[in-house]
Design a protein around this ligand. Structure first.
Ligand code: APR
Length: 229
């Protein structure tokens, strides 16, 4: 049984029509990242932040998984492979592509979080700052998204899986945001072979044992076909 830990980023969902983060103008869907993806931005203008994520949620719901998501689900279904997908993405395209073992280290658009009592519940289609927490009734509802300056979820579990893996694969991520950007170094130090599949060389390219560059919808199904023989 080959244990594979797969890190995915915005690049795997790009061909499903979901925009990546690091466009050259530094804006994300016409907003400054600080305004919509930090706790400070949320305190400043919760209305704007909710509007922004409501639009992202609608876009993710309208998008369809592409051949890269689907190929990873095929790999997971193979009895010779134990696959863990660690995604930085907040869409649900891995799940809708058929993957089951998916860990959302940066949270999900489909979750709501009370920042008063930390209760979590499924997000409604449209969230607003005046929504009350179903557990403590505080009007303290935010999207269950990990913003800049916050700790990503389930890090101990991820590091444990990484150290025990037979292969680490990084797909569609620029390698700019830690701790995910450090996984290749963690794998390397644990003696785990590493592979990058990305449109272009990432910031961590020189650390990977092997790198292939091109669109995920082509590279990922190709690599999965190789694995499945
Ligand atoms: N196929 C493969 N890779 C692609 C494709 C594609 N079709 N299109 C773009 N890419 C690559 C880009 O070349 C880039 O290296 O995907 C990468 C996307 O990088 P980012 O936009 O930086 O996204 P990501 O690495 O996921 O960002 C990490 O930053 O803003 C935060 O929390 C947010 O999870 C996000 C984190």
């Amino acid at each position: 049984m080959a244990k594979i830990v797969i890190l995915t980023g915005a690049g795997i969902s790009a061909e499903s029509g979901i925009r990546t983060f690091r466009a050259s103008d530094g804006l994300w869907e016409e907003h400054r990242i600080e305004d919509v993806a930090t706790p400070e931005g949320f305190v400043q203008d919760p209305e704007l932040v909710h509007r922004f994520y409501n639009a992202r949620r609608a876009a993710a719901t309208a998008a369809q998984p592409n051949p890269a998501h689907i190929a990873l689900a095929e790999l997971e279904a193979d009895p010779g492979h134990e696959v863990l997908i660690v995604t930085q993405n907040v869409d649900d395209l891995h799940e809708r592509g058929g993957s089951q073992n998916v860990l959302h280290m940066h949270g999900t658009l489909f979750g709501a979080l009370c920042h008063s009592c930390e209760h979590r519940w499924p997000a409604p289609e449209v969230m607003s700052p005046t929504d009350s927490c179903p557990s403590c009734s505080a009007q303290a509802t935010r999207p269950d998204i990990v913003w800049f300056g916050e700790m990503p979820y389930r890090m101990e579990e991820i590091w444990h899986a990484l150290r025990a893996a037979d292969l680490f694969v990084s797909i569609g991520t620029s390698g700019n945001v830690y701790p995910a950007a450090g996984f290749v170094a963690d794998a390397m130090h644990a003696g785990v072979p590493t592979l990058e599949l990305n449109l272009e060389p990432s910031a961590g390219r020189s650390m990977f044992d092997e790198a292939r560059h091109g669109p995920a919808s082509v590279l990922v199904p190709q690599w999965v076909r190789e694995r499945l023989g």
